[in-house]
Every structure is written in structure tokens, then in C-alpha cells.
Design a protein around this ligand. Structure first.
Ligand code: ADP
Ligand code: MG
Length: 809
């Protein structure tokens, strides 16, 4: 995927913190600076060891340091530039002569760049090839090089023929010793010498924005996001500091190796481990994301970029040749079109002439027949013996002969006149017709132009809208992140039959007192006392639930021992519904309120019993298969029902309840021994941009968390208990892995965590209710439940994802 290679490029050519695109317009020069521009001979292909051992970053090499040093040196060295340029010019002429005579020497020129003495003047330039491609060049010591950042990422000698195929834009130090950023651009066509600064080059507002021209996808907008990523370091005893782990070393790390293996196994044709690792780095060490990224881009040419400078050169040449040929083809097509037009016109003219000829010949025929008829109608005696010898018409017949002839003459004259008129008329009409066609054409082009203007405006508005929507989403996400992505609420069940052993010092604390009087206090994001209504509970979860509409995955779950009020909280009785119905009602409301987006809601209901996932929306308690797909889990044979109104969801719940009872009777289990998971898929399509957002609301009524008594610990109960214990501990492990930002989060350890995976971790928002009973007899179980909640809550507290540098081991 070339990420490894581009990483290398950053460490070598790109010493400035700006992206390479800006370097092209930023003059950089001076002594030590160019030594960071590493140049390798042509036969030194991109090998593992080269890419594997980029120079570690030290403070001395930090970009800021270089920039300052560069500025100082810039001031000192700028006044030497004039002298050096004359020298450099002579050198360049010599070098180019040699280069032309012997191409082999060209290769050696590359080596020379690394031999240049410090203090040598370096001028950075951009070369615009006629094919439309732009190259970054540097000119030093009379030699010019270009950076093949497209393929081999190396500095190559500037090909001689290119001087005729494009223009060089030079960025250099001006004479007044000032380094003018992005100002010193001048243009020289076919020249090989840097020119003084004249015109200015526009700079981008934000240099993290950019574009790349993809051969098939066209112009792609890019942006360098400033995100928190894992950075893998090793402790360097010599310098006493943590340094970046080179990509080649990293491959020997056990955990990383496993990840690369995982990706390689999934994508056997991607057989470049370094590339895989580079992609993994880019995906923040998430193998799943890396796989899905590859799947998304599979078959892309850029994923298999040429690796050697020769190949790159070859390809670059080929592409340039192709561009030239394409241009030629276009020109030829144009010529052909013109020729065809000319041919058509000629044909038209020919047709016209033929028509004229045929009318004239028809007229001539008629005239001849008339003459013949007249001649034959005359008496023989009146006819001249021969027209040539006759000196005049015979006496007596002279009047008739000349009349006929006159008449004929007149007719012929009239005919000719009308022919000339006709011709003029036709020509005149053709003239007006041509004018009209021209006008129509220009009107059409004007319409097209205005249409494209409108389209452009629409496009701009669309882009703005998209940006706003994204910003809103990001802001909301940030807000949630600040609050913690997993929020833990505690709810105490109302029970009038027993004495309450719970007290509530504040709305975030709960104290539990044992029979012997010992007290324990636990803190949560919110504690709801026994008197809290269903409505108040929902008020605090509403905000999280609605973020599902923006494309976030949201999970609400209830944890606690049997009888502590989980089902009451999640489902509730029909007269006083719990979170499920209220959340879906609210979602439907929000969806209907948003006018610019159309939403499709689909609901599924599953039960996880003894590590088997059962579809509750089918009558025959069908088992559901789980298939992993990147960060998500797919359940291909799961039934879903569309939800458009509240009554739909009630209907689905009733159906699920009925099927659950049937299934539990069949399996001889009780509902408290299984997890009930409701999945609501919310898919929104933006009417303006066409963008699709997908969020899943997962509502989970967990199985009772109590440990089983010794008397129960046998047969089916034991199996059930083991399955529940497995899944609830897996849930706890997932929380603690998320809390300590571990690279491996053990989602795969249970069916429950697999199903909840999209809603735990990452951008997802989760809300855990820990339900406790007020009965002092339940003290041990209540303590366990409260402990679980406390642990989960620290995930939220651990959300301050600062990359605090670790201490030395
Ligand atoms: P669980 O699902 O945890 O096993 P349930 O939700 O079924 O527990 O609750 C057990 C009993 O307690 C039910 O009859 C339920 O109506 C009642 N109950 C639970 N929480 C409350 C509450 N906050 N207010 C009133 N009754 C409740
Ligand atoms: Mg229950």
C-alpha cells in the first residue's frame, strides 16, 4: 500500500512539518539542510532493510529545530547565492554536456548529490510537465534532480528531454537576503538555470487540505486529521529516551506479528508484510479496520505501486508517452472531424450542381424538342435546304421562322433569368439559415454555461452542508467523549416488603449497609433512588439514544441479580413502559422531525441462552449465525422488521415475548437465565447530499448476575450458570481492556460481547444500568453488582486519552 514507503519519505526528504505539496512552493536552502535529502543509487531498490530502518527521530532532528537553523543559515548564506549561481551555471552546463554524451553518467549524478559539501546552494523548484503532472526538483552544484514522489520516492537526475516538455518554476532566495516563502516563483521554459523571483504562487488556506489525482477515481480531496494514534516506541538506553520503533523492527514484535498474520491470513494476495504493517499503523493497529480498508479499495492500482526506481522511471515514461499519444489522438480526431465536415460540404455542393445540371439539361431537351417540332411543322418548301448554306429564309416563310426563334430566345432568356433569381434566393436563404444556426448554437452554449454555473453553486452548497453536518456530529461526539463513552447509572429497585439497606448521600453516590452494620459507598454518573420514575430514568438516557440518528452506535444495558429490576427498567409493564419503548418512540420522533433526512428503522430481537443466539422473531426459535466483518458483526440469517410507528415496535415486542416463552419452555429455562438483546438499525439517507448514516441502538436486558447456590450447581443449571458467568465476565474483560486502552479487546470471548461489539469502544456510546435490590439479604450480590458497575465506570474516566510518555522500564 506504499505507506511504509511514504513514511520513509517523510523521514528523509520531508524534514519540514509541512506536507510535501507545500515544499514545492517553499524555498529551502542551505548547508546542513540538504543532507537530510537522502539519495540512493538507481540499483539500490526499495528493500526491506532500507524501509525497515528509518533514522530514529531525536530532538536534534526535530522539524522545529531544522526550521530555525534553516532560517539562520538562510540569512548568512543568501549573500553568497549570486556568486554561487554563476559557478553553478557553469557546472550545470558541464554536467548536462556529460549527461547527454553518456547516459551512464546520469546514474552517477544521483550519487553525487550525497557528496555535495555543506554550504552548497540548493534551489528547490517545481517542474510542470506538459502531461499535467508536477514534480519537485532541486538544483544544486550545477545539477538538477527531481523527486519521483509518485513511485520510487527517490531523487532522480532530471531527464534532458523534459526541458522541451514543460516548464520549471523556480523558488529561490531573493537578493535582499530575505527568504520569501512561496513568493519567489518564476517561470522558465526549456531553460536549465534558476531564474530570479517575479510572480507569486497562491498558497492554500490550510496546508492540511489537499488533493490527489487518482488515475481512475479522479480528483480526491484529502485532509490530514490530527487524531490521537498509538505510536510504538522503544526505549533507547544510550540516549535515555523513547524513540520511534522502525517498521522493520516492529515486525518482530509478538503482538504486531500476530496482527500482521491476521491480516495476511484474511488477505493472502496482499503478500507484503511491511505494507500490511504500514496500513495497520495507519489504521491505529486495528486489524479489522485494516482489512476493511483493503476490501474497500481492493483492485486499486495504487495499492501495487512499482517498487524500484527503474520500474518507476519506466512507468513514468510510459504515462508521459501515453499522455502525448492521447493528445495526438485528440488532435487527429479533431482533424478528422474537420475533414468530414469539408467532405460533407463538398458533397452538398456537388448535389446542388447536379440538380442544376439536370434541370438545365431537362430544359435544353424540352427546347430541342420544341425546335424540332416547330421545324417539322413547317412546310418542306419553307425549310432551308441546309442551315449553313441558306442565306436567309425562303420568301414567304421568313415571318414564321424569326417569330419562333424570337419566342424561343425570349423563353431561354426568361429561363436563365429565373434561374439566376432562384440561385440568388437560395444563396440568400442559406446565409440567413447559417446565421440562425450560429445564433442557436451560441444560445445553447450559453444555456449550458449557466447550467454548469448553477451546478457548481449547488455543489458548493452541498459541500458546505456536508461540512456543517460533519461538524455537528464531531462536536456531539466530542461532548460525549468528554462525558465518557460508557456511562454508568445505578438504579435501586422499589420494594415495600423489606427494609431498605440502601442510602443515597448524593445523586452520584450510593451507600449499602450490611446486616452487621458495615457500609460501602459507590459512585456512578448518576444514582437513581427507589422512588425514581421510569420517565426520569429515560430523561437521562435520551441524549445518548438520539445520537443513534447521527450514525453512532448506542448501547443500553441492564446488569444485576434476578429480581433487581432489570426487565422493569428496560422493558417495564405496558402501563409504565421502560427504556425500550420510550427510546424507540423518541427515535421515531427525532427521525420524523429531521426534514432533510429520510430514515429507515429495522428491529431485530435475539436471546442468548447457553452461548446460542436465538432469533425471537421467528416462531421456530431459529439459531442465528455470527460472522465477523471488520469492526462489525454480521448476522446474515437474522429476521428484521421495519418500524414506522410505535405500534409496530409493540407488535414486535409481543411477538418476541411469545417466542421467548415458547423457546424457554422447550429448553426448560427461565427468562432470567438468558440475555435479551434488541437491535434497532437506524439508516438515514440525506436528501441533499445522498450521504447514508447507519447507527445501531442495542438494548440489552442481561441475565441475572447472581452466583448459583451449591444445591443448584448441577445439570442444566450448572451449564446455564457457566454460560452466564462466561458472558458477563467477558463483558467485564471488555470494559477493563477498554479502560486501559489495550490493543486487544477480547470481544470474541462470548456471543454477548460479539453482538455488543459495535456498540462498545470506538465512537460508540454505551450506558450501563446497574440494578440493585434494597433487601439486606441480597447484600453480597448487591455488592458484586455495584463493584461491576464501578469497574465499568472507570472506562469512562479513562477516556482522557492523553499520550503521556511512559517512564523508562
Ligand atoms: P429482573 O429482570 O432483574 O429479574 P424484574 O424487572 O423482573 O427483575 O423485577 C422484579 C419485580 O420487581 C417485578 O415484579 C417488577 O415489576 C418489580 N420492580 C422492579 N423494579 C421496580 C421499581 N423500580 N418499581 C416498582 N416495581 C419494580
Ligand atoms: Mg428480568
Amino acid at each position: 500500500m506504499g505507506n511504509g514507503a511514504s513514511a520513509k519519505n517523510k523521514n528523509t526528504a520531508n524534514t519540514n512539518s509541512q506536507p510535501a505539496r507545500n515544499q514545492a512552493t517553499t524555498p529551502r536552502r542551505g548547508g546542513n539542510n540538504f543532507q537530510e535529502v537522502q539519495v540512493r543509487p538507481a540499483d539500490d531498490h526499495v528493500t526491506q532493510d532500507y524501509r525497515g530502518t528509518p533514522p530514529p527521530l531525536t530532538n536534534q532532528q526535530s522539524p522545529t529545530h531544522n526550521n530555525m537553523a534553516q532560517r539562520e543559515q538562510g540569512a548568512n548564506l543568501a549573500n553568497q547565492v549570486g556568486k554561487r549561481r554563476t559557478e553553478a551555471h557553469k557546472n550545470s552546463q558541464k554536467a548536462l554536456e556529460i549527461n547527454e554524451k553518456n547516459p551512464e553518467i546520469g546514474k552517477q549524478l544521483k550519487l553525487k548529490l550525497s557528496d555535495l559539501k555543506s554550504g552548497e546552494d540548493i534551489v528547490f523548484e517545481t517542474f510542470e510537465h506538459e502531461s499535467g503532472r508536477e514534480y519537485q526538483c532541486l538544483y544544486t552544484g550545477g545539477m538538477r534532480f527531481y523527486l519521483d514522489d509518485w513511485h520510487s520516492k527517490e531523487w532522480q537526475p532530471f531527464p534532458e528531454r523534459w526541458y522541451k516538455q514543460g516548464k520549471l518554476n523556480t523558488n529561490t532566495v531573493s537578493k535582499d537576503n530575505q527568504t520569501r516563502r512561496g513568493q519567489g516563483a518564476s517561470t522558465s521554459r526549456g531553460g536549465n538555470q534558476p531564474q530570479p523571483a517575479t510572480s507569486s504562487v497562491p498558497r492554500n488556506r490550510d496546508d492540511r487540505e489537499g488533493v490527489i489525482d487518482h488515475p481512475r477515481r479522479g480528483r480526491i480531496t484529502t485532509y490530514m486529521f490530527n487524531e490521537k494514534q498509538y505510536s510504538h516506541c522503544y526505549y533507547d538506553k544510550e540516549s535515555g529516551s523513547w524513540l520511534r520503533l522502525p517498521i522493520g523492527w516492529e515486525l518482530h514484535h509478538e503482538l504486531i506479528k500476530n496482527m500482521v498474520d491476521q491480516v495476511e491470513e484474511a488477505l493472502p494476495h496482499w503478500n507484503d508484510r511491511l505494507d500490511i504493517l504500514a496500513a495497520l499503523r495507519a489504521c491505529n493497529y486495528s486489524a479489522d479496520e485494516c482489512i476493511s480498508m483493503y476490501f474497500h479499495l481492493e483492485g486499486d492500482d495504487w495499492l501495487k505501486v512499482p517498487r524500484t526506481s527503474k520500474e518507476a522511471q519506466h512507468q513514468a515514461d510510459r504515462e508521459i508517452r501515453l499522455a502525448v499519444l492521447e493528445k495526438k489522438v485528440r488532435e487527429l480526431e479533431k482533424d478528422l472531424q474537420q475533414e468530414e465536415k469539408g467532405r460533407k460540404e463538398a458533397e452538398e455542393q456537388l448535389n446542388k450542381l447536379q440538380e442544376q445540371y439536370s434541370t438545365i439539361s431537362a430544359e435544353a431537351k424540352i427546347a430541342t424538342t420544341q425546335v424540332e417540332a416547330m421545324q417539322s411543322s413547317r412546310p418542306k418548301t419553307a425549310r432551308p435546304k441546309t442551315p449553313k448554306t441558306s442565306k436567309g429564309p425562303p420568301p414567304g416563310s421568313l415571318g414564321i421562322f424569326s417569330d419562333d426563334l424570337d419566342e424561343l430566345n425570349n423563353k431561354a432568356k426568361n429561363l436563365h433569368k429565373s434561374h439566376v433569381h432562384l440561385k440568388m434566393d437560395v444563396e440568400r436563404h442559406f446565409g440567413t439559415l447559417g446565421k440562425m444556426i450560429k445564433e442557436a448554437l451560441s444560445a445553447v452554449s450559453q444555456i449550458k454555461h449557466s447550467e454548469s454555473g448553477q451546478m457548481k453553486e449547488l455543489e458548493e452548497v452541498r459541500a458546505l452542508y456536508q461540512k456543517e453536518a460533519l461538524e455537528r456530529k464531531l462536536l456531539y461526539n466530542q461532548l460525549q467523549e468528554l462525558r465518557g463513552n460508557i456511562r454508568v447509572f445505578c438504579r435501586a429497585r422499589k420494594d415495600t416488603r423489606t427494609k431498605c439497606c440502601l442510602t443515597f448521600p448524593s445523586d452520584q453516590d450510593i451507600t449499602i449497609t450490611s446486616k452487621d452494620g458495615s457500609k460501602k459507598t459507590f459512585s456512578y454518573d448518576k444514582v437513581f433512588d427507589t422512588e425514581t420514575t421510569q420517565d426520569q430514568i429515560f430523561e437521562d438516557t435520551k441524549a445518548i439514544v438520539t445520537s443513534c440518528v447521527d450514525g453512532y452506535n448506542v448501547c443500553l444495558m441492564a446488569y444485576g441479580q434476578t429480581g433487581s429490576g432489570k426487565t422493569f427498567t428496560m422493558m417495564g409493564p405496558e402501563s409504565n413502559p421502560g427504556i425500550n419503548i420510550r427510546a424507540i418512540t423518541e427515535l421515531l420522533k427525532v427521525c420524523n422531525e429531521r426534514e432533510t433526512v429520510t430514515y429507515a428503522l429495522k428491529v431485530s430481537l435475539v436471546e442468548i441462552y447457553n452461548e446460542t443466539v436465538v432469533d425471537l422473531l421467528t416462531a421456530d426459535a431459529k439459531t442465528v449465525e455470527l460472522k465477523s466483518a471488520g469492526n462489525n458483526i454480521r448476522m446474515p440469517n437474522l429476521t428484521d422488521h421495519e418500524v414506522a410507528e410505535v405500534k409496530d415496535i409493540k407488535h414486535v415486542m409481543a411477538m418476541g415475548d411469545k417466542n421467548r416463552t415458547t423457546a424457554s419452555t422447550k429448553m426448560n429455562s427461565t427468562s432470567s437465565r438468558s440475555h435479551l438483546v434488541l437491535l434497532l438499525n437506524v439508516e438515514g439517507t440525506d436528501k441533499v447530499t445522498g450521504a447514508v448514516s447507519r447507527g445501531v441502538l442495542t438494548l440489552c436486558d442481561l441475565a441475572g448476575s447472581e452466583r448459583i447456590s451449591k444445591t443448584e450447581a448441577q445439570g442444566q443449571r450448572l451449564v446455564e450458570a457457566a454460560a452466564i458467568n462466561k458472558s458477563l465476565s467477558a463483558l467485564g474483560q471488555v470494559f477493563s481492556a477498554l479502560r486501559s486502552s489495550q490493543l486487544h479487546v477480547p470481544y470474541r470471548n462470548s456471543k454477548l460481547t460479539q453482538i455488543l461489539r459495535p456498540s462498545l469502544g470506538g465512537d460508540a456510546k454505551a450506558c450501563l444500568f446497574v440494578n440493585v435490590s434494597p433487601d439486606a439479604n441480597n447484600y453480597p450480590e448487591s455488592c458484586n453488582t455495584l463493584d461491576f458497575g464501578s469497574n465499568a465506570r472507570q472506562v469512562a474516566l479513562g477516556q482522557a486519552k492523553q499520550n503521556i510518555s511512559k517512564k523508562a522500564p
